[in-house]
Design a binder for this molecule. Sequence first.
Ligand SMILES: Cc1cc2nc3c(=O)[nH]c(=O)nc-3n(C[C@H](O)[C@H](O)[C@H](O)COP(=O)(O)O)c2cc1C
Length: 243
Amino acid sequence: MNPTIELLHRHRSIRRYTDQVVPDEALREAVAAGQAASTSSAIQSYCVIHVRDMAKRRRLVELTGNQEKVAACGAFLAVCGDTRRHRLAAARDGKTYDARFEAFLLAVIDASLFAQNMVVALESMGYGICYIGGLRNRPFEVDELLDLPEGVHPIFGLCVGVPAEAPAARPRLPVDAVLFDDAYPDDPAVLAELERYDTAYERYLVERGAEPRRWSSIMADKFTSPVRADQAAYHRAKGARLD
Ligand SMILES: Cc1cc2nc3c(=O)[nH]c(=O)nc-3n(C[C@H](O)[C@H](O)[C@H](O)COP(=O)(O)O)c2cc1C
């Protein structure tokens, strides 16, 4: 394994941090590395809000489902899909902004590629991170707290800081469960791969002192009812066309 691949395999979500702050220079360097990621037709439809105000951080703890790490980490970032600058450029040039679902999807893709490159840069500097999907729990309130204008969509948060824990790696699906030759395999082949993974995942949970459960059962439960059902309404309210 080369050092880059080793770094990628060392990733674990970090949920406990020392009280060291993350210096602005480190953050700026990581953001620049994030920006080096590919971006659809160079549209760069993302931005990141560094939430410095501790009162806002504490409010975000509540809005993300009482995730204390949002206030306790060294830096908290809100990663957003950002079509604002495209809208402003169109208005300035007297053009109609008439982008549809594809533009929203591109913003989510671009923001995610940006964020993951930024994460790898931060991890290469010795910081730990945890993505915070809980930022989408109460989108209208997050929106108001961060003064987001039309065209700016919070996608996830990111806790960053010096790790105060060293968790075990959470096992992933085997490569053969995600890498297929030429065509998608049939359902029995997909389920057969899951068997192997379920065993590994159960072992991982037992080693952590958690209730042993098969990954496939956890997934079966997870998608039985809608979560964050106001997402589409929120993004529409922020000017996204989802058609
Ligand atoms: C988009 C996204 C949102 C996430 N949201 C949360 C979150 O709100 N809280 C949390 O503790 N972990 C969150 N995670 C972390 C995942 O639970 C974690 O990445 C996954 O369990 C795999 O573990 P690992 O990152 O340690 O390998 C999120 C991860 C992603 C990619």
